[in-house]
Design a protein. Sequence first.
Length: 357
Amino acid sequence: MTSKISIKNLAIGFCGILLIAFFMKNPKYTSDIIGASLDFSAKSIVPLIFPVSASAFILCDSGAAISIIAKIANCFSDFAKPIFCILTVIIGLFLGFPVALIILNASKDQGAITKKEYEDIFPFCISPGFAYIFGHVGKNIYHSDKVGIILFASVLLSYIAVASFKIFNTRGKISIENGKAPFLINISKSIKDASTASVSLCGTIAFFTLLCAVFSKLISGISHSDMISAAINIFLEFSSAQNAVCEAFGAKTISICISAFSLAFCGISLLSQAMMLTNEKINIKKTLHFKAATALLAAANAKILLDIFKIELKESVTTFYAENIGAGFWIIIMIVSLLCDYCKKKDGKRRLNRILK
């Protein structure tokens, strides 16, 4: 019995064929975009994500991180679970979304939260970290520490507000049911998991950056193409969206508000990256609804904070990546970890020797 092919699948397949045709027709353009994106990831994303992710895996697999957060939350008696979830969101906002999701996965595995509580808090664990918002967007794009602080505060306040509204009715203390092995046993596994996650995230960023570049190239001849391109970037890939917004609107109040919206919404790219790290089946539509509400509130927060502090904006000169002298070190650690894991697999060492010869 043959199954019918839906219109949706046909449309996706057709778009995929068109994309492949575009890549084959424009190989240099494609390679330049991918190269620039991977360069950005190597110099800015990997040094931010890999070390903290590896540390988070070690602490969560040992049970230490969940125990510490649970003890702090249990000080608030019946409000322990909401506090636990809010602390997870705040940690993610400061250290990056991979850390929040690692904690969330470990919390579910160790019995600290239920599956429903996991699904409720998941949308608010998808967020850029403080280092990215302040260091890259604030300093490198808007050339202002104050703008970086305002953007981070706008996103932080919106996440806490909407997340609190979502989980406020949850009650009860935190109890951890499933213990974990000592963290020393898990060091090599944690480094491998962090390496795999970092490589996957870089690949996702490169793909969605290329997708945004293709759309921008296709619409380059129409009126207000820069604003349309910025909107596409906001929806698909938030890291490239920051440059696109600044190029479309300049260093103005509206561009900062739109940047706050983009940083809180995070785009389909970051949602895809988060899905790689989750152990649960997630309702995508529900997640996008909460992300949109959070993003609108973040934009409103940015406008209010800009009006209160009356920051004088400088003319913006966008940069694609921030230099990071420690990038090479973390990339080497990642490569060594992945090679060691590959060699442990069946015939892995023999195949590697054959490749090197």
